[in-house]
Design a protein around this ligand. Structure first.
Ligand code: IPD
Ligand code: CA
Ligand code: CA
Ligand code: CA
Length: 268
């Protein structure tokens, strides 16, 4: 994908994101048609589905040769990263959307032959758009995000993670995670993986750890991080695979290896 093609797709996607965001804001106080998916706390609303369909219809029309991976099933099932792929989470943080009416995002990552080209995370209620193009930096609205602080220490870091890390889980022994929580300066839970990753790219938190994330949770945010030096991969330090659900670690490069070291100690 050359710079001109990238620019054109970026501008189109950005316009659609603002349009979809306005539509969500307009309808978010309508009675929400809420269903559950894998468990009673895994929520989905009609607006999640409509928003994904909004993007899929437009992409099909404008770029019929592009592929789509989307949470709500309107996209394709892919087994290869060849070509151009849009990875879409129409509403990331549906629980926040339903219960709190804030702190949710539209997340889109656009890859070409497996390389992250364009990333967006749109905080719909805050009207803050995080956006990045490969090689051209990452921005929050009009403000360029600084490269991440290479001198950051784990003891002075703020880590995004949820409390399931401190319960019995299949990934890492929780006593190790209790030690981890006592080692770092502080922890935060936003409730939207996309906004967690945007916060890492912005340098307002230094890492985000998740026990299991799908490609659509992270694609947009990983591309933002790519542009400021953030490192993204799984809990064993392997690079991100855009076709797989996996535990995830996205971090400032200065603390990434120490986090992986910690997790290794308790890895199951
Ligand atoms: C969820 C959010 C949440 C994370 C979950 C995701 P959804 O996405 O990102 O913060 O902890 O693992 O599934 O379902 O609201 O798009
Ligand atoms: Ca969901
Ligand atoms: Ca999500
Ligand atoms: Ca979602």
């Amino acid at each position: 994908m050359n710079q001109q093609q990238r620019q054109k797709i970026y501008e189109t996607a950005k316009r659609w994101i603002y349009e979809a965001g306005a539509e969500i804001r307009e309808h978010m106080n309508d009675p929400l048609d809420i269903e559950t998916k894998s468990n009673p706390n895994d929520l989905v609303t009609a607006l999640d589905k409509q928003t994904e369909k909004f993007f899929v219809d437009r992409i099909h029309q404008a770029y019929p040769e592009h592929h789509i991976i989307g949470e709500e099933g309107f996209g394709d099932t892919l087994s290869s990263v060849d070509g151009t792929i849009w990875i879409i989470d129409p509403i990331d943080g549906t629980m926040n959307f339903v219960h709190q009416k804030r702190s949710f995002a539209i997340s889109i990552g656009i890859l070409h032959n497996g390389i992250g080209e364009i990333g967006f995370v749109y905080d719909v209620m805050g009207d803050q758009l995080y956006h990045a193009k490969r090689g051209e930096g990452a921005f929050k609205n009009e403000t360029r995000l600084e490269p991440l602080d290479k001198k950051k220490k784990l003891e002075e870091s703020i880590i995004g993670m949820n409390h399931f890390w401190l319960c019995e889980n299949r990934v890492v022994a929780y006593p190790v995670m209790q030690k981890f929580v006592r080692t770092v300066r502080g922890t935060r839970t936003i409730g939207s993986a996309a906004l967690e990753l945007a916060s890492v790219a912005e340098g307002v938190q230094d890492a985000y750890l998740a026990l299991s994330l799908a490609p659509w949770d992270v694609a947009g945010g990983i591309i933002l991080n790519q542009e400021v030096g953030g490192v993204a991969g799984d809990v064993d330090g392997n690079p991100w695979n855009p076709l797989e659900r996996a535990p995830a670690v996205v971090a400032n490069p200065a603390i990434h290896d120490s986090i992986i070291g910690f997790l290794k100690e308790g890895r199951k």
